[in-house]
Every structure is written in C-alpha cells, then in structure tokens.
Ligand binder design. Sequence first.
Ligand code: UDX
Ligand code: ADP
Length: 485
Amino acid sequence: MTEIANGNGDQTVVRRITCVGAGYVGGPTCAMIAYKSPQITVTVVDMNKERIDAWNSDSLPIFEPGLEDVVMKCRGTNLFFSTDVPEAIRSADLIFISVNTPTKMYGKGAGMAPDLKYVESVARSIAEHAQGPKIVVEKSTVPVKAAESILSILEDAQRRSNNNLTFQVLSNPEFLAEGTAMRDLASPDRVLIGGEDSEEGQRAVAALVNVYASWVPRDRILTTKTWSSELSKLVANAFLAQRISSINSVSAICEATGADVREVAKAVGCDERIGSNFLNASVGFGGSCFQKDVLSLVYLCESLHLDKVADYWNGVITINNWQRRRFADAIVSELFNTVAGKKIAIFGFAFKKSTGDTRESSAIHVSKHLMEEEARLAVYDPAVTEKQMRQELVMETSEKSVNKLVTVFSDPYEAAKDAHAIVILTEWEEFKTYDYARMYNAMSHPAAFFDGRLLFKRKDIEAIGFHFFGIGSAPSHLSEVGYIL
Ligand code: UDX
Ligand code: ADP
C-alpha cells in the first residue's frame, strides 16, 4: 500500500502518477509530465493490450510530431506503459482519468450526450483497487458535474472500507490539439485545475499545481471551482468550432458573390478583438472533440430548459454538416451532375494535417456522399492506414459499397491516374509540393480540382488546365464583375 508522500508541513507531494487511458490525450500528456519531472514516476495503463504493446514498441500507436523523441527518452526510466490497471491504481498518488467520452449512441441523450460509461468504469476500478488516499483527476472532457458522479462512486467505497481511504476529485481538462500536442503541452496557453473549496480540496489542487509548475509559469495555471473548469473546456471547444462555422457560412456568401473568403478572413482577423486564428474556411471541422463537445453543450442547455441557447450552439453543427454536404454536392454538379463510375482521387483522410486520426473527419462524410452517387474513390493520405480508412467508411456506408467503390493508394500520382477529379480534404503540407501538371496529363479530361482546404490559388490550378472549385471563392466570371442582386 502506498500513501501520498507528504512534503513540507501540510503540502502534498505527488511522486507516482497513473493515467488510465493511453490515447491521444493520456499518452502525450503523461510523456510530457515524465519528461519535465524526472522525480515523478508515470504509469500509463489501458485495457487495450494492442495499444499498450504499441506504446512499448518502436512504432507508437499515435502519430504526433515530437512524441517519439520524448517517449524514447523516458520510457523504462520514469515512464511505463502497462495493462495492469489494478496495480497501477494501487501504487499511484494521483490518477488521471483519460478515457474516451464519445457521443452516446443509445438511450437517453442518444446522438447528443457524451457517453460516460468508460469514465464510470474507471471510477469503479479505483473504488475497488485503491488502498490509500488518492487524488483523482478528470482529464477526459466531461459535462459539468461529472466530478460529482465520480466522487459519489468513490465515497461509497470510502464508507465501506476499513482502509482509511480518502479521495479528492479534480477537473483538469486538456487543451492540446492533435498534430501540435507536444508543443501545446510544453508551452500551454493555460493549465486549468478545478477543485473543491474545502481544505482537502485545495490541498489536492495545490499538489497538481506543483506537478505542472515544474515547467509551466505559475500565472498560466488557473485554479477554479470544479464546475467552472468542466464547463470551460466545453465552452472553449464550442467557441473554436463556432469560429469555423462562422467563416464557413461566410464562404458560401463568397462563392455566390465573387468575394474571396481568404481576403475577408484576413481583413476581419486583423482586428485584434477578433484575431486571425481559426478563421480558415474549410470543408468542415472534424476530430474527436468539436462535434462531441458542442453536442454535449447543446444537451446540457436542453436539460436546463435553455432552448434558445441550445438552438444557438446547435447552429454550429448545422453549418458544419451543411458545409460537408455542400462541398460534395458541388463536386457532383461540377462533374456534369453525375459521378457514377467516375474515378475521383481523394487527397487526405485525416481530420487535419500532422495526425493519423480520422475521428469525425470531414473526409468520411464527403466520401460517403460521393459513394451514395456511386463514385469510385481513390484515396491517399500520408498518415492514415488503409485498415483505418476502410473501418471508418464501412461504419458510415457498408462493407459491400466500400469493397466495390474504394481503393486506397500509397502513391498520390497513382491515385490521380485516369481520375476525373482531385479532391483535397486535408491540409497536408506535402499536397502543395506535387507536380500537378504531371497528374493532369495522366487524368481523364476534362479534369477538375476541388480544394476543400484553401491550399491552392485558383489561377495556379486553372493555368495547368484544371477546372477549379475552391471553398469560398467564386469562378472567374463572378470574381470579375461581382454579383448583382
Ligand atoms: C481541438 C482544440 O483545438 C483543442 O484545444 C482541444 O483540446 C481538442 O479539440 P483538435 O480537434 O485536435 O483540437 O484540432 P483543431 O486544430 O482544433 O482542429 C479541429 C478541426 O477544425 C480540424 O478538422 C481542422 O482542420 C478544422 N479547422 C481548424 C478548420 O477547418 N479551420 C480552422 O481555421 C481551424
Ligand atoms: P482520447 O482522444 O480522449 O485520448 P482515445 O479513444 O484515444 O481518447 O483513448 C482512450 C483510451 O481509454 C482507449 O485506448 C481505451 O482503450 C481506454 N479505456 C477506456 N476505458 C478504459 C478502462 N475502463 N480502463 C482502461 N482503459 C480504458
């Protein structure tokens, strides 16, 4: 049995951290803590043996720039990956819960509320295996008051135990973005820690503050009430998603009028009060967080009978779905209203560049719409495996259609050969470096180019001979004369 090590006086010093959930959040976060705090032993556990084996191998389960370097420096020294959840719970002073909270697909709140069954199951494991005091930290994004549910499970164990169990539950949401996770973790805009006002609660908050204070300036570590912290994470993601839906709604106006959304975004973003980040119009946002968290906020508002607020945030999702559909419809309409049997090269399947993650990627939805029209898809992505692409598309369509309509390529030139169109769905830098004239010559003509990520200038692509459609910019005849109402 271990106890939280006591430092000077009343201060609680954390020496052993366990993280339950070795995913996109838990893995990189713990690697960074181990790297920055050699005095802390960090163990990351997961029930998925394949994932843990990969963390212990030369080929990590997550593609994240800079991660491998940090893991290789610490693994086996003060960073460990294991499937032994009970032992890791027993030996920890502080436990991060970093499991997935996907949108619930059944029962009450289906399609909107986050599914907390994995969080609850970890809370139950902690209640079962803890033998001493623990600080339990929710890292998973959870709706407000989840800490309360975790605490009631743990308090029940506390009441029934003879072992002097005590638990403090903190909220410490992670704000890292995939693709830049290591940079975000090394130099976060802020670290947010929510806890109870009680003396024990504040002691636990101070213990976690000290973990981050090894490398994060103290004025960037915010401490709040638990509920404020939980709600802030949902609201931060909702604000970011809202900016993308706002600029995407404007992209439709630009396409119809001859304005260019890049010029509008630049002009608008120059206002310091607005700022220039997250104003890139696109084929729609993806990823494991934005849609899930906005839906979770909408569900929360509905539960509170704040229907107007729910409608407001739901609009962010409505625009996002519409943008994906609008882009797919434009492809069909520009290819003479039929794509049936036509080969279409899809460049990019990940939800953003610098990651192999495909969760909620707009590429899945655009591909699905095109498959409904019987297009033959030739997909290329530098970081996503064929297995992963097929799994995602089978979930949205059927195995039969995927087998019939989808081919995955490891060479973009082969994917484009004989295709009627190239469709850019992820903003990978390498897409800017290709020889598109060479591709054009090997394609079926007339050849079209659809830029869903604003990677290219219309005039450069049209100069090669392509017919060009880009999000948020109108064809030349509209750009020149402007739109007359
Ligand atoms: C997001 C938040 O940024 C992060 O703080 C939070 O912890 C988790 O959710 P992530 O989903 O990893 O991070 O990626 P992000 O960079 O936010 O991009 C999300 C989606 O929005 C991607 O599909 C991206 O391509 C798209 N996007 C982003 C745009 O379409 N336009 C933009 O201007 C920015
Ligand atoms: P995120 O992007 O939030 O990190 P992931 O889905 O990548 O989410 O990772 C969550 C991880 O949590 C998965 O690897 C899953 O196997 C693990 N997990 C879920 N429930 C439990 C549990 N009860 N015990 C151990 N690991 C769990």
